[in-house]
Ligand binder design. Structure first.
Ligand code: AMP
Length: 282
């Protein structure tokens, strides 16, 4: 495993790999690595000759300054966690100028409406930041395949749209959500939870699995109301949104259609810490 701190160090290595017609897998992360990230890295290692893992807390995708400042940064630990992995792994910790050569500006994308739902409506500008950073990374690294977690399902759909509208020749691989033994989706933000918040946050997945079980029996309003009441009764967690939506368009479900896939999406605050999760319903 090798760590690169600038594109000028990394690019010649990537060019040499491409010359030998070897494949490059790419796993973008914001660091504070956990088993969710490791599952993406493992898939990438199994499917490519070389894997680039980027660690970059992207300032443009944070709509909340404190969230950006408090985001865990554990670069030494991160490097330690993956240090046992084979030679084929490259860690890229870019300089801001590598990614944003013209200053911290975002591109305004038209993701055909997906960007206005859920995370997009509660975190204005978030997906322009995500699109901007990934467009830059894809241009610099030119991976054959890129790996994204279903944990950030809306982001996954945004990335699929991004490569379509920008004609970026990369295959997107979706990876399942890794969970704590309590069911809580693994997240870098979990590191900031108190013991009590961590325990209580198990409610998020519990609620999602209940909705999944009742999806064929109850209607959307009944399901939504029950979720809202459950969180109203909890003093540690505050529900921001619970939405059942079409998996592809992310439009909220009104009337179920036979051939469509639906997912439940949720965002919850534990104090200042914002947690998201989702589950497939059919
Ligand atoms: P992040 O560092 O939070 O930006 O995440 C980097 C990548 O890891 C994204 O594609 C996430 O969706 C994915 N990821 C984060 N948490 C998990 C998890 N619990 N299970 C699977 N993938 C995850």
């Amino acid at each position: 495993m090798q760590v690169y701190y600038s594109i000028s160090e990394l690019k010649p290595k990537l060019n040499a790999i491409k010359k030998q017609e070897q494949t490059i897998g790419f796993v973008p992360t914001m660091g504070a690595l956990h088993k969710g990230h490791l599952s993406l890295i493992e898939s990438a290692m199994n499917q490519n000759d070389t894997v680039v893992v980027s660690i970059f807390v992207n300032p443009t995708q944070f709509n909340n300054k404190e969230d950006f400042e408090n985001y865990p940064r554990t670069i030494e630990e991160d490097i330690q966690i993956v240090s046992h992995l084979k030679d084929k792994l490259m860690i890229y910790v870019p300089r801001v100028e590598d990614i944003y050569p013209n200053g911290l500006q975002t591109i305004q994308f038209d993701f055909e409406g997906i960007e206005h739902e859920m995370e997009g409506s509660f975190r204005p500008g978030h997906f322009d930041g995500v699109g901007s950073v990934l467009k830059s990374f894809f241009k610099l690294i030119e991976p054959n395949k890129a790996y994204f977690g279903e944990k950030d399902f809306q982001q996954l759909q945004i990335v699929r749209k991004l490569i379509e509208i920008e004609h970026i020749p990369v295959q997107i691989i979706a990876c399942p959500i890794m969970r704590e033994p309590t069911g809580l989706a693994m997240s870098s933000r979990n590191k900031r939870l108190s013991e009590k918040q961590f325990k209580e946050a198990a409610l998020i997945y519990k609620v999602l699995t209940e909705v999944q079980a009742d999806f064929g029996i109850k209607n959307v309003n009944e399901l939504t109301q029950r979720v809202e009441e459950t969180f109203e009764a909890n003093t540690t967690l505050k529900l921001e949104y619970f939405i059942i939506a079409d998996e592809e368009t992310l439009q909220p479900l009104k009337n179920k259609e036979k051939n469509k896939k639906y997912r439940a999406f949720i965002a919850v605050f534990a104090g200042e810490i914002r947690l998201i999760d989702n589950i497939a319903l059919n």
